[in-house]
Design a protein around this ligand. Structure first.
Ligand code: BDP
Length: 638
């Protein structure tokens, strides 16, 4: 696709999530309950209530011997262990068997349904993430089972609980990774100890648990379950195409309006789909967010308001034109990082202090964007990015689809029936559906990345990715799609690049190849970039480049691992970028040091951060700050 305009194709945007046929595990099929549609993120209004269930929950491992006794998992837990939610459980306890556990755990707490909740409403539970599979019980009843660790899931519990009464809430969480999950992994039994061992092919620690919030909420029977907004610009006029889906909506009417940041209503419309036009619209711009509040109201047959929902929306356009990535018609140059949700103790648990501080650091250093490497981030992060004018490349959790990475043709094949196969592909489709449905309305999200470093040089990559790229386009025709390419699939070898709109490259010349030799690395890098530019004349974003750097290690000659080497390596890359016409952005790997699995290549994790895990700057931070803040404000590249 040479030029992508914001065509509105409301008819094709995001059909409802159908329950997916997930792979069976050794406990038989998933629960015999219908998977409910995922509603919009719950919020409070005069018609809805919302209670946060975060805090300390009772916690226990489920021993392997009880793996199949699923009916006992919901029994009252007698334990001294309490685990915070939201947090990954691994680093919380001083207990290696919890840290290294492979299998199921359970969290449990008491919940009081508010006395004032109306028996006419529906009551739902929502877990924002259970890594990687979550099974919810209300008292003894299983009510939801969801595979996929970074997207929310729900259970309608209306018929099981009553206002003013307590119930026992249990969430069992499984951290296993196989070829049927995303990310994939392998479980083996140690020949000496008989212990189950989890291995995986991605470079970040397999943190698990309830890393994001859990909620109970009420909605009216007739309620807004989904909204799709697509924005466009016509001269000075901002356009918001909308589509509001009402559950049990027969006989209802929908009114919508748009309110600006001063609280003034600037447009209104009736009907469940249509368009709102705003004269002299303020656009959402990178570094200068402007958000309108889209308010939808539902009236029943007697014209009484039964539900309302408010969604922040930024009016902006995205397109790709030749080698330019355009936001609001202007060429945009991405500066920033691949990040991780990763902090000491809390693992992947949402931490608002780190979230706000990270954005402060991004702003300080002149970063206008980041990639949600390598999984969907918390919705709080996405909302914050909308408000802060931070540009986001939103990635699925398809990481590690590359079994012979760096081994060349001698390495094992990835796409084969007993490894990454049709079942993985089904899980991958579901991951795309869930991510797009969750994040489609974020102004900050300007592009979807549907995988990180797959073995794109293999013949099998083509039939694997073609339907995924088609699905992504069918779900969202308004944003470019991409994937992060790894060096084994350089421009002559890659078999899937033509499915995508933008080239994203992860390159480590000078680190994994030409280690320490920046002169040789500079030639290799330039060759690669020129090859991509000529073969695929479209924007190139360097989505990863970086080196492990030990904070405080200094050297006169810049040797690998020293702070001086990190700075010189980045400077070399930047020289080459500045000579490459198609460059549309640079994302350093990584924002901060992060935890990984144990391995001889990693000493207490990956140290490619520009900040340490505690967010202290290494020297390269100052060099990046000078480069990025000297650019035209917010990355405009004219
Ligand atoms: C790339 C991966 C990233 C790793 C990085 C590295 O995309 O997840 O952490 O390399 O090796 O292959 O540091």
């Amino acid at each position: 696709m040479a030029t992508m305009s914001i065509s509105r194709l409301l008819s094709t945007v995001l059909p409802l999530l159908a329950p997916v046929a997930l792979a069976q595990d050794d406990q038989g099929s998933l629960l015999d309950v219908e998977q409910p549609l995922i509603n919009l993120r719950p919020q409070r209004s005069s018609y809805r209530d919302l209670i946060n269930l975060d805090g300390l929950w009772k916690f226990a491992l489920i021993p392997e011997a009880e793996r199949n006794a699923t009916e006992s998992w919901s029994e009252p837990l007698s334990t001294d262990l309490e685990c915070p939610v939201p947090a990954s459980y691994n680093d919380i306890f001083v207990n290696q068997s919890i840290h290294d556990h492979v299998g199921w755990v359970r969290y449990q707490r008491d919940v009081l349904v508010p006395r004032g909740w109306s028996p006419d409403d529906r009551f739902l539970l929502r877990a924002e993430s259970a890594t990687h599979r979550g099974r919810i019980y209300v008292n003894d009843r299983p009510v939801a089972d969801h595979q996929g660790g970074y997207t929310p899931f729900e259970a309608d519990i209306t018929d099981l609980v009553a206002a003013g009464e307590h119930f026992r809430l249990t969430i069992a969480v499984n951290n296993e990774l196989t070829y049927e999950t995303l990310p994939p992994g392998e479980i083996s039994v140690d020949e000496y100890t008989g212990e189950r061992k989890q291995t995986y092919f991605h470079d970040f620690y397999n943190y698990a648990g309830l890393a994001r919030s859990v909620w109970i909420y009420s909605v009216p029977q007739q309620h807004i379950e989904d909204i799709t907004l697509v924005t466009d610009v016509d001269g000075d006029t901002g356009i918001v195409h909308y589509d509001v889906e009402v559950a049990n909506g027969s006989g209802t009417r929908v009114n919508v309006s748009l309110v600006d940041e001063d609280g003034q209503m600037v447009a209104e419309c009736t009907g469940s789909s249509g368009e709102l036009r705003v004269e002299s619209a303020r656009l959402w711009q990178p570094g200068a967010a402007y958000l309108y509040q889209f308010q939808a109201t539902v009236m029943d047959a007697s014209d009484d308001v039964v539900d309302s929902y408010t969604l922040a929306t930024g009016i902006r356009t995205i397109s790709v034109n030749g080698t330019k990535f355009l936001i609001n018609g202007r060429p945009f140059y991405f500066t920033g990082f691949g990040k991780h949700e990763d902090t000491p103790i809390r693992g992947k648990g949402l931490d608002e202090s780190y979230m706000v501080h990270d954005f402060q650091l991004l702003n300080w250093i002149g970063a206008n964007s980041f990639r949600t490497s390598h999984y969907p981030y918390s919705e709080d992060v996405m909302n914050f990015a909308d408000r802060q004018g931070m540009v986001v490349i939103d990635e699925t959790t398809a990481v590690g689809l590359n079994l012979g990475i760096g081994q060349g043709p001698a390495g094992p094949e990835t796409f084969r029936p007993d490894a990454i196969n049709n079942v993985t592909q089904t899980a991958h489709k579901q991951a795309i559906r869930e991510l797009f449905r969750r994040d489609k309305n974020h102004a900050s999200v300007v592009m979807w990345s549907i995988a990180n470093e797959p073995a794109a040089q293999e013949d099998g990559a083509r039939p694997y990715f073609e339907p995924l790229a088609e699905l992504a386009r069918e779900l969202d025709s308004t944003r470019p799609i991409t994937y992060a390419n790894q060096g084994d699939a350089n421009f002559t070898a890659d078999k899937i690049a033509d499915f995508f709109d933008v080239t994203m490259l992860n390159r480590y010349y000078g680190w994994y190849e030409q280690t320490g030799d920046l002169a040789a690395a500079e030639i290799a890098l330039e060759e690669s970039l020129q090859g991509w530019e000529q073969t695929y004349p479209r924007p190139i974003i360097m989505s990863e480049y970086g080196v492990d750097t030990i904070a405080g290690l200094h050297a006169i000659d810049p040797v690998p691992f020293s702070e001086e080497f990190q700075t010189e390596y980045l400077e070399m890359y930047h020289r080459v970028f500045d000579r490459t016409k198609a460059m549309a952005g640079e994302h350093v790997w990584n924002f901060a040091d992060f935890q990984t699995s144990i391995g001889v290549r990693r000493v207490d994790g990956n140290k490619k951060g520009i900040f340490t895990r505690e967010r202290r700057p290494k020297s390269a931070a100052q060099a990046l700050k000078s480069r990025w803040t000297a650019r035209n404000a917010f990355g405009w590249s004219e």
